[in-house]
Design a protein around this ligand. Sequence first.
Ligand SMILES: Cc1ncc(COP(=O)(O)O)c(C=O)c1O
Length: 464
Amino acid sequence: MPDLAAQQLHADPRLAQARQLIVDSLADAQQSIDRPRTADPDKAHAYQQQLDAFAKLRGGALPIPYLGSGLGNGPLVELLDGSVKYDMICGIGVHGLGHSDSGLINAGLDGALADAVMQGNLQQNSESKTLCDDLVERACRQGAKLAHCFLTTSGSMANDNALKIIFQKHAPADRIMAFGKCFSGRTLAMASVTDKAAYRDGLPETVKVGYLPFLKAGEVGKSIDSTIKHLDNHVARYAGRVAGVMFEMIQGEGGYNAGNAEYFTAVMSRCKELGLAVWVDEIQSFGRTSAPFAFQHYGLDDLIDVVSVGKMTQVCATLFTSDYNPRPGLISQTFTGASSQIFAAREVLQRLDEGGVFGTVGLNMTYRQRFAEELQAIHQRHPDKLGPSLFGEGTMIGFEVYDGDAGRTKAVMNRLYDLGVIAFLCGGDPLRLRFLPPVAVMQPGDVQAVCSLLEQALMDTTAA
Ligand SMILES: Cc1ncc(COP(=O)(O)O)c(C=O)c1O
């Protein structure tokens, strides 16, 4: 007889049977979600009414006209209008295991069976501790010294906590540095860090931020000199007042601009010489390169002090070295995450590891190559419509259509959506399209299917 009542519950064979019934029923329902499907004209009116009502309630239209039915199948998702689409954006990188994954549904059942819906700073179950262990263990695999992990509910909060930890350690320094075009979230503090005027329109400046120029493609040596010169100048101008530098190593919102190992090693090493905290925002890049963390992909393990993660991890977190452990009272929250999120996070981490996602020939890097080949072939056929370059890194895949013209790029995205592929925008001038594909649950043929719909969308928008 198990000694805890909870163990007794989890050992009950009726639970195993119930789980099996749920998974079987899921598999049956998923059978019809096997390829993209256009919307059902009979559902169009009701769908549009729901979208309009939702837009009214939230005070503005949704970024894309998406209302899910609640069921999907790997990279495919069913919407309430009866359409089935390839989801190549996954909530901007959240659904790393795609849609209606049976492992995640099982994790959700574990969450549902937990005694409380939400876990938080005052009361956490052992799965919260295990998740922190899982994240720290992965972060330290190549030698980083990240000893601590604090869970939280959004990427912006993980960044807010990172910033507080860094400021406390470097007090009375009151300035931070980041890179031009960075995106770090939407809290009041992060709206000051994010380098986009529209996202801080009408807001007071809450954090004093100096911006560094990012790596210019093909100009590594020059970029290193220029970034370090800006860094040195700023630190000299505000002597003793700069606490650290925030690195978004593969800029997401900014346009899928990726740095590289040589550039980051040089700039981060200079930060260390200047006594500044090195903070990496991995909220979009976690799980998308040849290693769990992009700082590992670039081999920067010795240089990192603080890391924020989110999106694919389901629960967001701030990881930091012992040197940065804040004094009691600085960070705390009612909610660290829902029980279901915490179980889901553990499932995602395990599946990424066991599913062959990482490594130089793991799924992330091989799927990037597959997309590169397909997109290159479209470029060869239509050099006026699709540009030759692939932006981003790993499964952060960016490309340019019609030289980044905003109107035509949006038209291609919308047409692609109607044809059955969800993509999204990034950058500004030029505007780009981005994919964040859930490669752990994809088949190579999906890449061809997605890219042939992209080619169709390009043809259709030319004709329009
Ligand atoms: C690099 C980066 N940092 C921070 C955030 C903010 O995360 P959240 O939207 O969960 O607050 C995002 C979200 O897109 C991001 O991509």
